[in-house]
Design a protein around this ligand. Structure first.
Ligand code: NAD
Ligand code: UFG
Length: 339
């Protein structure tokens, strides 16, 4: 019995591998290393003292994926593999639709052909679009996404729902993540973006470590407590633990489509994060206020109560711990896995 983790070498995937192994699950990883480094998996082995098979394979490679299912007894798939940069998705929509949507369909075909019909999918708060008011609940209307990346998440949710409707043997858990940051306490694995980061925390830590000069705060005229954008930051290890709970829930026979927000339920502004980081680490951040970033909303945070009720999961780590752990990873590995 094993869990296949697609995209397991990536940021959230590698942390989830650690938590799955620590919880006693056997795992198999499939990753094409497009946005990751196989060294992250070596570090997962080092951190857990456990071994597992990792295949360099694209989820769109039907033959390669079929071989993985034939060589291992896979009971469920946690599906992280995908492209995730919002801005890039606007420039390369075909690549995003092909990789994320095409890849998920190919993966599901191989799963079906091998009799594995349990999937946990990495969705995103982005599916709530621009018009819902926080705290966001799973029952709210989704759609109205504003970029191809977000639209792939919205469409994959619908595709998985249709697959479950058509065949009652299928079970799909859709996990809507809010803003994952932080890193494993050891400082051995963490987020390793290619090029200049788009997201707040990796940008901020690269300013802190001296790789980038100044953090741009995108707008201070939003209708929030200090005018800067408010988000629900969640520690990646809490997020990883949510996947362990979700996979347990699916393997215990909870049927059909289940949807959960994975967030803390608390909103922090950009300035709160900067101040929290400075307090937690003692490192000063050079920042300036600039214009709003197109497509951003003022406020986005979750109502995470459903995951607590049904999965018995809730986020435990606070913003200070998130900042400390992000900083430990960045300062110990200024060049990511190349150090
Ligand atoms: P990541 O880029 O670090 O990890 C994704 C992994 O998938 C990488 O290792 C990459 O090499 C691999 N991959 C991509 N395309 C593949 C393919 N066709 N075949 C095989 N492997 C492939 O990203 P992450 O932050 O760990 O995100 C994991 C998942 O969570 C993604 O689906 C992402 O869209 C989703 N998500 C992330 C966030 C976030 O802020 N990080 C928020 C919401 C949802
Ligand atoms: N921000 C800055 N400066 C930066 C980067 C970000 O001020 O250099 C601000 C943004 O304007 C926003 C907040 O910091 O107010 C968070 O921005 P991120 O880019 O870190 O995260 P987003 O909330 O924009 O997007 C994230 C994921 C998406 C996902 C979305 C909704 O990156 O993949 O959450 O779940 F779709």
């Amino acid at each position: 019995m094993a869990i296949l983790v697609t995209g397991g070498a990536g940021f959230i995937g590698s942390h989830t591998c650690v938590e799955l192994l620590n919880a006693g699950y056997d795992i198999v990883v499939a990753d094409n290393y497009y946005n990751s480094n196989p060294k992250s998996l070596e570090r997962v082995k080092e951190l857990t003292g456990k071994d597992f098979k990792a295949y360099e394979c694209d989820i769109r490679d039907t033959e390669g994926m079929d071989k993985i299912f034939k060589e291992n007894k896979i009971d469920a798939v946690i599906h992280f593999a995908g492209l995730k940069a919002v801005g890039e998705s606007c420039r390369k929509p075909m690549e995003y639709y092909d990789n994320n949507i095409g890849g998920t369909i190919k993966l599901c075909e191989v799963m079906r052909d091998n009799g594995c019909k349990n999937i946990v999918f990495s969705s995103s708060a982005t599916v709530y679009g621009m018009n819902n008011v926080s705290p966001l609940k799973e029952t709210m209307k989704t759609g109205g996404t504003t970029n191809p990346y977000g639209t792939t998440k919205y469409m994959i949710e619908i595709i998985l729902e249709d697959i479950c409707k058509a065949d009652s043997e299928w079970n799909a858990t859709l996990l809507r993540y809010f803003n994952p940051i932080g890193a494993h306490k050891s400082g051995r694995i963490g987020e390793n973006p290619n090029g200049i980061p788009n997201n707040l925390m990796p940008y901020l830590t690269q300013v802190a470590v001296g790789k980038l000069e100044c953090l741009s705060v995108f707008g201070n005229d939003y209708d929030t407590h200090d005018g800067t954008g408010v988000r629900d930051y969640i520690h990646v290890v809490d997020l990883a633990d949510g996947h362990v709970k979700a996979v347990k829930n699916i393997l215990e026979g909870n049927k059909g489509v289940q949807i959960f927000n994975l967030g803390t339920g608390k909103g922090y502004s950009v300035l709160d994060v900067i101040n929290g980081f400075e307090k937690a680490t003692g490192v000063k951040i050079n920042y300036k206020i600039v214009d709003r970033r197109p497509g951003d909303i003022a406020t986005c945070y979750s109502d995470p109560s459903k995951a607590k009720e049904v999965l018995g999961w809730e986020a435990k780590r606070d913003i200070e711990e998130m900042c400390e752990d992000s900083w430990r990873w960045q300062s110990q590995n200024p060049n990511g896995f190349e150090d």
